[in-house]
Design a protein around this ligand. Structure first.
Ligand code: DGL
Length: 296
């Protein structure tokens, strides 16, 4: 199938695992006539503690695979860590393909905070990135940011899906990690001096929202990025003349580089619609293309 050639082609969405389903859910709501192919890179997750070179290589391989094998018309990198490490390279390698990334929603948090103290939780990779550093620097004068890497939390969320609803081990691990990291950030609440807005800077964390909200307390606002990303995807598709115009789309294909049971269970739990199968695919890492050598 020729990539980005037709409005009927699917939109590719990927994450290190099931976290990007929180973005896919918003995409499906915003773009109900579109077809989606979701690739969970479970075989290589988590990304957050792996380093930029590894994450960039995975992003490169997955973008190429989705384009070659599925003829995607747009790519949504539904992973903050991969966006931080590789969105520029993905755009440069695929000129003409609309590529949308996600980043921690610091600007909406600044608009929402009343106490002026904003908490940000994300992976170590995202928080260490130059991209995040620049975003933070551009907003430092408008709020105080308390930034906390959450090693292990994305992995625990994947484990909770693998264990199923009855599983208690991963749920206890999620509770323990959230408690530890939120304590380290200081006081949450709506009174002066407290963190009243918490940015979920990793797409997995949306699936720990109820635990985070309970620990933070009622008045604290949790901010995530699914809806703005879905609106940006719509804008880019419209600009490129690639929005699906005919009703009747809405197909979803689930792919994984790991255990097919995982995205299937996560989709059943978190997405609307009928139960879906998921298919295992191999997406070996390929070195990014080197610039052509000039003779002489
Ligand atoms: N869901 C990803 C993110 O938004 C990465 C989680 C991980 O694999 O560590 O950053």
């Amino acid at each position: 199938m020729s990539p980005e050639s037709s409005e009927a082609a699917p939109i590719g969405v990927f994450d290190s695992g099931v976290g990007g389903l929180s973005v896919l859910r918003a995409l499906q709501a915003e773009l109900p006539h579109e077809h989606f192919v979701y690739l969970a890179d479970n075989g290589h997750a988590p990304y957050g503690e792996r380093g930029d070179a590894f994450v960039a290589a995975r992003t490169h391989a997955i973008a190429g695979h989705l384009r070659r094998a599925h003829g995607i018309k747009a790519l949504v990198v539904a992973c903050n860590t991969a966006t931080a490490a590789a969105i520029h390279e993905a755009r440069a390698s695929h000129p003409g393909l609309p590529v949308v990334g996600v980043e921690p929603a610091l600007k909406p948090a600044v608009a929402a905070t009343r106490t002026g103290r904003v908490g940000v939780i994300a992976t170590r990779g995202t928080l260490a990135s130059g991209k995040f550093g620049r975003l933070l620097d551009s907003l430092r004068s408008q709020a105080e940011f308390i930034v906390q890497p959450c090693d292990g939390l994305a992995h625990a969320i994947e484990q909770a899906v693998a264990e199923g609803l009855a599983g208690a081990t991963a749920a206890a691990e999620i509770e323990a990690l959230c408690t530890m990291y939120m304590r380290a950030m200081g006081r949450f609440g709506t009174e002066t001096g407290a963190i009243d807005t918490l940015v979920l800077g990793c797409t997995h964390y949306v699936f720990a929202e109820s635990v985070l909200q309970r620990l933070a307390g009622h008045g604290v606002r949790l901010v995530e990025t699914g809806e703005p990303v879905a609106r940006q995807t719509r804008r880019l598709l419209a600009q490129a003349g690639l929005l699906a115009s005919a009703p009747g789309g809405g197909a979803l294909q689930l792919l994984t580089t790991g255990d097919p049971g995982l995205p299937r269970a996560a989709a059943a739990r978190w997405l609307r619609g009928p139960a879906r199968q998921s298919e295992r695919v191999d997406v070996p890492a390929v070195p990014p293309a080197l610039p052509a050598r000039r003779p002489g």
